[in-house]
Design a protein around this ligand. Structure first.
Ligand code: SAH
Length: 385
């Protein structure tokens, strides 16, 4: 059965018409999923019961199932979602300083093969659909608490809306996601059309209301796609995974680099800044003994000086079976100091939810390894929701 969010609007309208229903119903159903937190058609109480039954016979309200849900003491949640074909993807909710950030995946696995990354170890299986990307946001948002006694809903123009009011869930007024980072499994720019579809809805007032400035897209660095993104005229924040200050070293860490080269990536990042006015972030995973020397920091500073750049240093998160390690605190401090002395804006990414394998691709990988049955046979239906 198809998931409702992947049914094209004209098709849904035609189906509704065949049921003798007005086109307004399409908006109503989507609104229940997007703003009303509904996870079943039965919960869509302002739809006629026969319509709810007909919808349930034809479509899935949500096509993903929660195969695992882990929660860390710091408020980080991680979901392993099973897709209709049994594939697994991860998404994470990070709560910090009043921000509620969803970290989402765009592909099952990843084809880029960065040597330190768990997502790419088995290659890429397939792209996620727009609906599957959007559902990660809904599943994470639905974990946020509801306030039990909602204030009376405000409809458009002060009138009571016939649609489930914005931000109001099945059980009351709900907290909303504030930010999205596209830093889960997969290479977002290798699945750009479906990602943009999902982000369009995420950004819409009738969707999740998360503006482009609060959405970060992280890429391994595909120059032509970065330029396409720049040409959209949207205010997305771009993060480029650089990981090395020169091609010789980057070729050893990022297998796509020999084809692209840092020069073309930086030129595309400059273009992105010119077109959007948005400062680009360069991510740099620190791998102890490989790219964490102060000489690398000095070279990185030379490379980025004069650019409107911000550097995000990410100490390596351990991945079982991989031979890399985090740098020691002294090496990390020296690296940061060097960049700052050379005038760069630098942040070191804090570790969130490390006890639940929150680094990308790790939960899926451990599920695939520990429990092949989880993947091949499917979990009993009761354990999923
Ligand atoms: N394909 C995109 C998104 C990857 S995930 C990209 O390459 O940017 C987001 C960031 O996490 C990337 O910078 C990625 O290199 C980094 N990352 C992946 N595995 C990691 C690990 N084990 N430890 C630290 N950072 C990691």
């Amino acid at each position: 059965m198809r998931a409702l969010l992947d049914v094209p609007r004209p098709e849904l309208l035609a189906w509704l018409q065949a049921q003798g229903q007005p086109p307004l119903r399409a908006r109503q159903v989507r609104r229940w999923l997007l703003a009303g937190r509904a996870e079943s058609f039965e919960q869509m109480t302002d739809l006629p019961r026969p319509l709810r039954q007909a919808l349930a016979a034809e479509f899935e309200p949500l096509g993903t199932r929660v195969a695992r849900h882990q929660q860390a003491a710091d408020g980080t949640h991680k979901l392993l979602l099973r897709l209709h074909d049994g594939q697994l993807v991860e998404c994470v909710l990070i709560q910090e300083d009043g921000r509620r950030t969803a970290c989402i995946s765009t592909q099952v696995g990843c084809g880029m093969g960065c040597v330190f990354c768990a997502s790419g170890l088995g290659g890429v299986e397939r792209n996620l659909t727009g609906g599957e990307i959007l559902e990660q946001l809904l599943r994470l948002r639905n974990l946020l608490p509801l306030t039990p006694n909602p204030s009376p809903p405000r409809g458009e123009g002060g009138k009571t809306s016939p649609l489930a009011p914005r931000g109001r869930g099945v059980g009351g007024e709900g907290a909303r996601l504030t930010h999205i980072v596209v830093m889960g499994m997969g290479e977002p720019l290798a699945n750009l059309d479906n990602l943009l579809d999902a982000l369009q809805t995420a950004g819409a007032r009738e969707g999740l209301g998360i503006g482009a400035r609060h959405i970060t897209i992280s890429t391994v660095g595909l120059p032509a796609k970065i330029r396409r993104l720049a040409d959209l005229g949207k205010q997305y924040h771009l993060a480029v995974s650089l990981h090395a200050p020169n091609d010789e070293l980057r070729n050893r860490i990022v297998p796509t680099n020999p084809r692209t080269g840092t020069g073309a990536i930086l030129a595309a990042a400059d273009y992105f800044f010119e077109k959007t006015g948005r400062q680009v972030t360069f991510e740099y995973v620190l791998l102890g003994g490989l790219n964490d020397d102060v000489t690398h920091a000095a070279e990185l500073a030379r490379l980025l000086r004069g650019r409107h750049a911000h550097v995000n240093l990410i100490p390596f998160n351990d991945v079982e079976g991989l031979p890399y390690r985090r740098p020691g605190q002294e090496a990390l401090n020296a690296f940061v100091d060097r960049l700052r002395r050379d005038g760069l804006s630098v942040k070191v990414r804090k570790r969130k939810g490390s006890e639940i394998d929150a680094a990308c691709g790790q939960l899926r990988r451990s599920a695939l390894q520990e429990q092949p049955a989880l993947v091949n046979l499917g979990l009993p239906a009761q354990t999923e929701r």
